[in-house]
Design a protein around this ligand. Structure first.
Ligand SMILES: [Cu+2]
Length: 291
């Protein structure tokens, strides 16, 4: 009986000393221990040795032409934005806009994983405006729990509908003249399609990450990720083209106070029309004949 109790005390002692060891390993970031949730980690504090990731996203081959959208279902849309075209491929001089580039995974120079850290949610809200019966911007990156302000600048009713897989569905009607709506997504998810239940052509994409290392390419196809801790990362460029979007992946190393480059290319090959495809039947037919 005494032996049992002694063992219990020994076990408790071991647990307590392990706990104190763990907290002392955390160094000065003792306040991080308040993050008891399974998915949260230590708060990242900038060390001054962060670097940048920059790049350009190109479109190879002849750019798909933007198609005019038939908005006749809602005359308010037609009169406000008579020349509305789709934004599936925003290509200009071979450069691709509206591509979401982010750090998907990686290891910091100190050996920790990027996913082990938590980052401060920006106090400022991101904005989606429904203006001319399309979304501005077409692609948006936010952090988890960052407020998204949704405005209706049109003389008609919109119905904004976030259709995530990891976050709850969110579907709100927003009549002409109604004030802005606010929405937040608590879980990281790339990519959340947003649509309008009133106007089937309206679509946009919202990406949610736990860290601030993301950007959307501008008209010149360029992007910059700032304040990236030194380390080795997987950078992904996501574009909506393809059945579920298309991802391009690149491994990079960000040196301390340095810069890494990650250029991506979408286009003919990314769309599943590589020159090798028409050759497949020619190879397979003789083999079939042998059976
Ligand atoms: Cu709408």
């Amino acid at each position: 009986m005494f032996g049992k109790r002694a063992r219990l005390w020994l076990g408790l002692l071991a647990a307590v000393s392990l706990l104190s060891l763990a907290s002392s390993c955390g160094g000065p970031k003792t306040e991080d221990n308040t993050n008891t949730g399974g998915t949260s980690g230590k708060a990242y504090a900038a060390k001054g040795d962060e670097g940048t990731v920059t790049g350009k996203v190109s479109y190879t081959g002849a750019a798909p032409e933007a198609k005019k959208i038939d908005t006749s279902a809602d005359s308010a849309c037609t009169s406000k934005n008579p020349n509305l075209t789709d934004e599936n491929w925003a290509v200009k001089d071979g450069k691709l806009a509206n591509t979401y580039v982010y750090i998907k995974d990686g290891t910091l120079a100190d050996g920790s994983k990027i996913g082990d850290w938590t980052f401060e949610t920006p106090a400022a809200a991101a904005t989606i405006d429904q203006d001319g019966c399309h979304y501005k911007p077409h692609v948006l990156g936010v952090m988890v729990n960052q407020a998204i302000t949704i405005k209706n600048s049109d003389p008609t009713t919109h119905n904004v509908h976030f259709t995530p897989k990891s976050n709850p569905d969110w579907n709100q009607s927003q009549p002409n003249g109604a004030g802005p709506l606010t929405h937040k997504l608590a879980r990281a998810e790339v990519m959340v399609p947003v649509k309008c239940n009133q106007h089937p052509w309206m679509k946009s994409y919202v990406a949610v990450t736990k860290h601030p290392y993301f950007a959307v390419t501008g008209e010149d196809g360029s992007y910059t990720l700032k304040g990236v801790p030194p380390g080795k990362y997987t950078v992904v460029a996501w574009h909506e083209g393809g059945p579920n979007g298309t991802e391009k992946t690149m491994e990079i190393t960000v040196p301390a106070k340095g810069a890494a480059t990650a250029d991506f290319s979408f286009g003919a090959t990314a769309l599943g029309q590589p020159s090798s495809l028409p050759m497949l039947p020619a190879i397979e037919f003789p083999m079939l004949g042998k059976h």
